[in-house]
Design a protein around this ligand. Structure first.
Ligand SMILES: [Zn+2]
Length: 354
C-alpha cells in the first residue's frame, strides 16, 4: 500500500488492475485501473474507476425535452406553487410555533407532511415551479439557509438542549426528490445522524490524538493540493480525496462549527460557492443533485475539533432510460465509487471560482 503522510493527515490509496480482452478495441488486451482510496478521517472506502467515464458521462447529462415534459406535467397540481401553498401544506401546532409557518423573503418553511426525523421542516425556495441549476443559488438558497437557521434558533430556544441538525436539498427526481418545485429539507433531533456521528467522533479522536482540529489541518492541506477549487468568504472549497460519488464537491467553514453560530456572511459564503458548483453542473449537462449542509451539535461548542461543512454530489441526468448512478456497490455494499478523479473534477470546476 502506498501511503503519503503529510502532517497528521494520511492520504491512503491502493492501485489494482483489471485485465480483459475488450470487444470495444477488437479484443485487444486492456488493463483497467481500479484505484481504491480511503477517507483520511473516517477511513470509508471508495473506488475510482475512470475507464468508463467517457461512456457513462452521457448518463449524467439530461434531456431538455424530458425536463420540460415533467415540469409541465407536475405544474398544475404542485402543492408548493403559490396558489396551493397555503391550503395544501401542513402547519406547525401553535405550542411549537404560533405562526404555523415561517416566511422570510421568498422562502416559506413548514413541517414535512411525512416526517423523516423528530423535527423535519420543508423550505420552499420561492414561487417558481422550476429553476435551472444556475438560477438556484446564491439568492434563493441563501434565503432558504436563513429561514432554516431561524427555525433551528426557535427550536433551540424552545428546548434548550443539544440538537443535531442538517439542511438537505434533493433536486429533481433522480436525486430522490418526489416534488419538482425547488425546496430544501431541514432535519433535527437530539439523536445524531449516521454520517454526522462518524464525522464528530472521528474528529474528536483526531483532536485527542494530535491536539489539533482535523478540519483546520485538512483546509491547510487541500489549499495546496490539486483538489483545491477556491475560497468564498470564509469557506474553502475542494473536491474530496476519496469521493463517495461522482461530481462530489466539499466546502468547509474556516472558523465556525455549528448552524446557530454562523453569521449571515458565512451563509452567503456557502450559497455563493454553491452557485459556482451548480453553474459547473449545468455546463456539464446535469439536472439532479444532492446537497448536505451539516453542523456540529447546536447548544454545545465543538469548535476545538469540528467545523461546519457542505457536500454536493451530482446525480444521474434526467434522461431515458433513467439509470440511477448509485448501484448495489454503494447502496447495499456501502462502498463509494466515482467515475472521475477528484483532481480532474477540480481542474474543470476551478475556473468557475476565478
Ligand atoms: Zn410548483
Amino acid at each position: 500500500m502506498r501511503t503519503i503522510i503529510i502532517m497528521n493527515i494520511k492520504y491512503e490509496r491502493e492501485i489494482r488492475y483489471a485485465e480483459l480482452l475488450t470487444p470495444l478495441k477488437g479484443y485487444e488486451l486492456e488493463r483497467q485501473i481500479v484505484e481504491h482510496r480511503f477517507d483520511p478521517l473516517t477511513h470509508k472506502r471508495t473506488v475510482i474507476t475512470t475507464g468508463r467515464f467517457h461512456l457513462i458521462k452521457r448518463l449524467f447529462e439530461s434531456d431538455p425535452n424530458e425536463i420540460q415534459n415533467i415540469v409541465e406535467m407536475t405544474k398544475s397540481n404542485c402543492p408548493f406553487c403559490p396558489e396551493r401553498l397555503e391550503s395544501m401544506t401542513p402547519k406547525f401546532p401553535s405550542n411549537l410555533f404560533k405562526e404555523g409557518v415561517i416566511k422570510l423573503g421568498d422562502a416559506t418553511l413548514f413541517p414535512s407532511l411525512f416526517s423523516h426525523m423528530d423535527y423535519n421542516a420543508i423550505v420552499v425556495l420561492g414561487k417558481e415551479h422550476y429553476l435551472q441549476l444556475r438560477e438556484i443559488a446564491p439568492n434563493k438558497i441563501h434565503s432558504a439557509f436563513q429561514v432554516g437557521q431561524t427555525f433551528l434558533r426557535k427550536l433551540y430556544d424552545l428546548n434548550r438542549k443539544k440538537i443535531y441538525a442538517s439542511f438537505i436539498v434533493n433536486y429533481f427526481p433522480l436525486s430522490g426528490s418526489t416534488i419538482i418545485h425547488p425546496h430544501m429539507q431541514v432535519i433535527a433531533s437530539d439523536m445524531s445522524f449516521q454520517l454526522l456521528d462518524e464525522l464528530l467522533s472521528n474528529s474528536f479522536v483526531y483532536y485527542s490524538r494530535v491536539k489539533s482540529n482535523y478540519w483546520a489541518d485538512l483546509i491547510k492541506e487541500e489549499e495546496s493540493s490539486e483538489r483545491f477549487v477556491g475560497k468564498v468568504d470564509e469557506v474553502t472549497w475542494f473536491t474530496p480525496f476519496a469521493p463517495y460519488n461522482t461530481y462530489e464537491v466539499w466546502g468547509v467553514h474556516e472558523k465556525v462549527s455549528n448552524l446557530l453560530e454562523i453569521s449571515d456572511q458565512g451563509l452567503k459564503g456557502f450559497s455563493q460557492g454553491l452557485s459556482k458548483v451548480l453553474s459547473f453542473y449545468q455546463e456539464e449537462g446535469l439536472s439532479c443533485f444532492n446537497i448536505l449542509l451539516y453542523s456540529g451539535p447546536l447548544g454545545e461548542s465543538s469548535d476545538r475539533y469540528f467545523r461546519l461543512g457542505i457536500r454536493i454530489i451530482g446525480r444521474s441526468g434526467y434522461r431515458k432510460p433513467f439509470v440511477s448512478d448509485l448501484w448495489g456497490l454503494q447502496s447495499v455494499m456501502n462502498e463509494g465509487e466515482a467515475y472521475d478523479t477528484p483532481e480532474n473534477t477540480a481542474l474543470k470546476l476551478r475556473k468557475y471560482f476565478q
